[in-house]
Design a protein around this ligand. Sequence first.
Ligand code: SF4
Length: 291
Amino acid sequence: MSITPVGAARAIHWRINCACNRRCAFCYGPEQRHEVNLEASIPVLDNLVDHGVRSVIITGGEPLLSRKVRDVLRHLRARGVSIVLYTNCDLFDQHEDVLVDTLDVLCVPLEGASEFIHDQMRGVNSMRAVVSVLDRYAVKGSPFRVKVGTVLGRHNLHELPAILYLLGKYRIEVWKLYEYVRYTDRELQKKWLNEQLGITDAEYRHATRAVLATPDRKTKISLSSDFERDNSYFMMNPDLEIVVPVRGETGEFEDRVLCNAANTPVSEIERLWRETIDWEKYQANLQASLF
Ligand code: SF4
């Protein structure tokens, strides 16, 4: 197979900021207080698009907290790439006009079928914000597709059938069940440890297998284990570092920094990235990210 520049990486996960208004115990967003610099970032993005990137998956931190997010979305729409955005939904209404005009896919979290469980993990009134978006946009005729993600832990293992039942009321592209990913250095994750929210690989497999086997299930489900996420991203931080999350021997992840895209030719980014990633996992992960 001939490889186009950027190693045929058709999609990039772009963390446009690091700040967030929530404090989720599984969060692995970068913790430095970087914010995207548009003047520096747009030429880099344009260059990647010129070399074959067709989808941009915008994440953070909470990307809707970024003062630049509207400009980012409008620019990407003008470039004709497909746009996927991850958000906790708290600021959705503030940016609704531009989101409706630009998004292809909106990814929202649901940690439980009840406010008690969901807000325990994401904080007060988080579930109300998510459900308000689902009610309006996870429906027939929506301008974008909606994906829902759940991180599995001790707090919600028993809730999966109830979440599936709730999602059955909506038009959901896919419900993604994430295994918790442990990072070496993320401050927020101490809460996960302290509150003993972790589950074993076997529990993750058992719970996901059970929900996959639900009779007459209409919601599509996809799985994302920590194994599958190892070495399988093409990711850019707000300061334009190209990073790949990799799992070390202890099972903990870290972001391996390959280079800074501001001063690295695309051909060199490609070489460094292709040397690092697991191509098969990348392809599978990409499929699950873009569905
Ligand atoms: S998981 Fe998302 S919403 Fe929660 S703290 Fe991290 S960036 Fe914020």
